[in-house]
Design a protein. Structure first.
Length: 302
């Protein structure tokens, strides 16, 4: 608690020096060195965020008997953002139950903080948990600490990562119809997954620094084709407290299971809650249900 308070005072002090609270002078880290330290390539995202995906391609996981692709529900990641002359990192790690204690201990040894540990989905085999984390400091040191912590898991990093056989491809999705039903555009992901993201309309901050959609602060809706023209959906809604029950009620009314409601961060402002969901049905019907739920939120306009 004391460490977080000191960090908050330092961040706000820098913001006041540059003249506008929350506006920090940021220098660009050496992203190639960050990639080398973590053992995975990344991509520059809007707002100066550099995001590195670490999907659990080593795992063969089913949810309610449906084989799920790593890009659908098993996507560990690290999102770096320059803050002043240093950086912050936040993200999410997909871990088998037995990997959780050692990875958590490794994060602590590396000076990172754990902000949540929980499920995202139910009826999942093998059982996996999701560990959310955050850190502040020099970007390469943060990446090095994260890799050392992940060495206690089988997360594929560097040249030595193994890969489980990918689930067989489904018949594909009609992305245009999904976009029309949702009223939002999306993009294809690896393995035939189709993803739609919807940011909040508000500015979200933590200790004076803006948290951007590419850092995971955005509603995510993933579609994966299954059988008989159906699709599985999962993801999470980013919500204010007053929106939680309205969104949950709307999802349930549209045949979509709510599988978890919880925090991902600790000091976000306004306070955010994340609602995870699952269904396997006609993709257009599901997209219409998701659109109805989005209508209960203060999301950015299309």
């Amino acid at each position: 608690m004391r460490q977080s308070l000191v960090r908050a005072i330092l961040v706000l002090g820098i913001a006041m020096i540059v003249g506008t609270p929350g506006l920090l002078l940021a220098s660009e880290p050496d992203w190639k060195a960050v990639e080398a330290a973590l053992g995975k390539p990344g991509q520059a995202q809007p707002g100066g965020v550099f995001r590195i995906g670490m999907p659990r391609t080593d795992l063969a996981v089913t949810v309610n008997g449906v084989s799920v692709k790593a890009g659908f529900a098993l996507g560990s990641y690290a999102a770096f953002k320059p803050v002043g002359d240093q950086a912050m990192v936040m993200g999410d790690l997909v871990l088998l139950d037995r990997e959780v204690p050692a990875v958590m201990a490794g994060l602590f040894r590396g000076g990172l903080e754990v902000t949540a540990v929980h499920n995202h989905l139910n009826e999942i085999s093998p059982h996996v948990m999701y560990m959310h984390y955050e850190g502040h400091g020099e970007a390469v040191k943060l990446a090095t600490a994260l890799r050392q912590a992940l060495s206690a898991s089988a997360t594929p990093l560097g040249a030595g990562g193994s890969s489980a056989a990918a689930p067989a491809a489904g018949p594909g999705l009609d992305a245009k119809q999904i976009e029309q039903a949702l009223g939002r555009s999306g993009r294809a992901q690896d393995g035939g997954v189709f993803q739609v993201t919807v940011p909040r309309a508000e500015v979200i901050t933590e200790m004076g620094a803006e948290l951007l959609p590419a850092m995971g602060v955005t509603t995510v809706m993933n579609f994966q084709p299954t059988t008989d023209g159906k699709a599985a959906i999962t993801g999470d809604f980013v919500l204010l407290d007053k929106e939680v029950n309205a969104v949950a009620r709307t999802l349930v009314q549209n045949g979509i299971d709510v599988t978890a409601i919880h925090n991902h961060g600790l000091l976000d402002m306004p306070r955010l809650f994340y609602m995870h969901f699952w269904a396997n049905d006609d993709p257009i019907k599901l997209a219409q249900g998701l659109k109805a739920a989005l209508g209960q939120t203060n999301s950015a306009k299309p």
